[in-house]
Design a protein around this ligand. Structure first.
Ligand code: PXP
Length: 253
């Protein structure tokens, strides 16, 4: 079988959000559910190409033990999203995920709200990227579709960018169309600079096709919509539904 055009990383943070809502203070109990491992294995069985999870400084969902468990047990790739702190970097260096996606992190935010300011934080990001690269982990920068941020990501040694599609997802009409143009320009420049182009945030089976004019897309990271759909149709079917839409992507370049 030829490789798919576009790979899917399933973000399972929200499966763990549900677990934490009930069992935060008793994670060792025999009856803890839902299982993060079962969710990851189910995602793989459905055809996911990687498992994505965000170890936040406040540990609001994913816990250190979840990252270590999945590192040992999954058969696909592990993609760890992380803020640029010494504590989380040390965990990433010890766990050695296949990929790291550097994200901004604000304590009060409900979810990752904007892209990382790579251009403004080169001095602190560069050594983190180098440490991860030297340790065998490929690094991505979660950025807004802004050309300066794309250039800065290449400059500090990242091998991938993940374009933040939140603005695209949260608007319609002219505003969405304008954001698609920004995504197109950022993807084109990133590709020219040798970066792998990923995208994520707020993507759904409905809005995805409106992104199909964006060139060079390699991987999408999707969580909230898949987990929301899973409540009604099950995780495996929700992922297969997403993969079916993704299979319609044809790189316009
Ligand atoms: N990519 C990154 C870097 C993220 O932080 C997130 C979660 O906010 C996602 C992808 C997935 O976004 P969503 O849950 O909206 O699909």
């Amino acid at each position: 079988m030829p490789p798919p055009n576009l790979l899917l990383g399933v973000n399972i943070d929200h499966v763990v959000t549900l677990r934490q809502a009930r069992y935060r203070t008793m994670l060792e109990a025999f009856n803890v559910e839902p299982s993060v491992l079962q969710a990851a294995l189910e995602a793989e069985a459905a055809g996911a190409h990687s498992i994505t999870l965000h170890l936040r400084a406040d540990r609001r969902h994913i816990q250190d033990a979840d990252v270590r468990l999945l590192r040992q047990q999954i058969g696909t790739k592990l993609n760890l999203e992380m803020g640029n702190t010494r504590e989380i970097l040390d965990i990433a260096l010890s766990v050695r995920p296949d990929f790291v996606c550097m994200v901004p992190e604000n304590r009060e935010e409900v979810t990752t709200e904007g892209g990382l300011d790579v251009a403004g934080q080169r001095a602190t990001l560069r050594p983190t990227v180098k440490a991860l690269n030297d340790n065998g982990t490929r690094v991505s920068m979660f950025i807004d579709p802004d050309l300066d941020q794309v250039r800065a990501s290449a400059d500090i040694g990242a091998s991938m960018i993940e374009l933040h599609t939140g603005t695209f997802a949260n608007h319609t009409g002219q505003e969405r169309a304008a954001e698609v143009e920004r995504l197109r320009a950022a993807a084109a420049l990133g590709h020219e600079l040798g970066l792998q182009i990923n995208a994520g945030h707020g993507l759904t089976t409905k809005n995805l096709p409106e992104m199909w004019s964006v060139p060079h897309l390699a991987e999408l990271n999707i969580g909230h919509h898949i987990v929301s759909r899973a409540i009604f149709i099950g995780l495996r079917t929700a992922i297969q539904e997403m993969l079916a839409v993704m299979a319609t992507y044809r790189d316009p370049c």
